[in-house]
Design a protein around this ligand. Structure first.
Ligand SMILES: C[S@@+](CC[C@H](N)C(=O)[O-])C[C@H]1O[C@@H](n2cnc3c(N)ncnc32)[C@H](O)[C@@H]1O
Length: 236
């Protein structure tokens, strides 16, 4: 299988950032950041794309970080079994703490926290819902991410992935920084900026989907000036 993506050079080249978020200051400020606006918008898009009456028994959150999205998923599906994966122990601990404060009526609900690289993640059984926000741009080899997704699904799984997209120029990146992170602490600003430069362009994601043959299963759409979503096509 062809493993490389023919990235175009007409646009700003990608500048990778470290995969794991492990620096205590970076982690703490990310965990304390107010993602309400961006994350509630993404969750609404997710809800709009879900099949009617979808109640997943098992949910995977890849690259869960400190669990802001995870807790939103939990409120929507309080009785599902959850598996949270993150390669950063610090992040995973914060996620564990946050999820510990939430309760479900269901007894025997399974909550698993796995400190693992997505590259190494091999689930015992596939999940009904595979979710991931803001992880792909961290990966130096994006196909490692898609491999983990493919190992985690069955034919009826619903997939929802969202991430940032790389702007066309440094000017555009500056503009996005000013527009969306102007009042944030410097660490967060730097994080956001580095993430924008490390993000994949939507054309690049499209090409990845074609290479791994997920393009027949998934739709890909830009939804803001800096985010794309990718989700299972409706089944007829
Ligand atoms: C930007 S945060 C996103 C966290 C969360 N999904 C959210 O929406 O807030 C990215 C997370 O992915 C984790 N991560 C990055 N590369 C990873 C890898 N190769 N394997 C596992 N986790 C990884 C980082 O440690 C970090 O917690």
């Amino acid at each position: 299988m062809k493993r490389s993506v023919n990235f175009s050079f007409h646009h700003m080249v990608r500048i990778p950032e470290p995969e794991l978020m492990e620096d205590p200051i970076q982690v703490e400020s990310y965990a304390q950041a107010d993602f309400e606006m961006a994350h509630s918008f993404l969750i609404r898009k997710f809800q709009d794309r879900l099949p009617l009456k979808f109640t997943p028994e098992s949910i995977l959150d890849l690259g869960c970080g400190p669990g802001d999205m995870s807790s939103r998923l939990f409120s929507q599906f309080p009785d599902s079994n959850f598996t949270f994966v993150d390669g950063s122990e610090f992040m995973l601990d914060l996620c564990k703490k946050r999820m510990g404060t939430l309760t479900s009526k269901k007894r025997n609900q399974k909550m698993e926290f796995k400190k693992e690289l997505v590259q190494d993640f091999v689930p015992e059984s596939p999940f009904d819902l595979v979710f991931s926000n803001s992880l792909l741009h961290h990966l130096h080899d994006p196909f490692e991410f898609w491999g983990a997704v493919q190992r985690s699904i069955h034919t009826d799984s619903f997939i929802f992935i969202s991430d940032l997209m790389r702007p066309d120029s440094l000017n555009m990146a500056d503009h996005l920084l000013e527009r969306y992170a102007n009042n944030e602490p410097d660490v967060l600003k730097k994080d956001f900026y580095n993430s924008l430069l490390a993000a994949y362009r939507i054309e690049e994601v499209k090409e990845m989907l074609e290479i791994v043959r997920l393009n027949t299963k998934l739709n890909l759409e830009p939804i803001t000036d800096r985010h794309w979503i990718c989700y299972s096509k409706p089944r007829h």
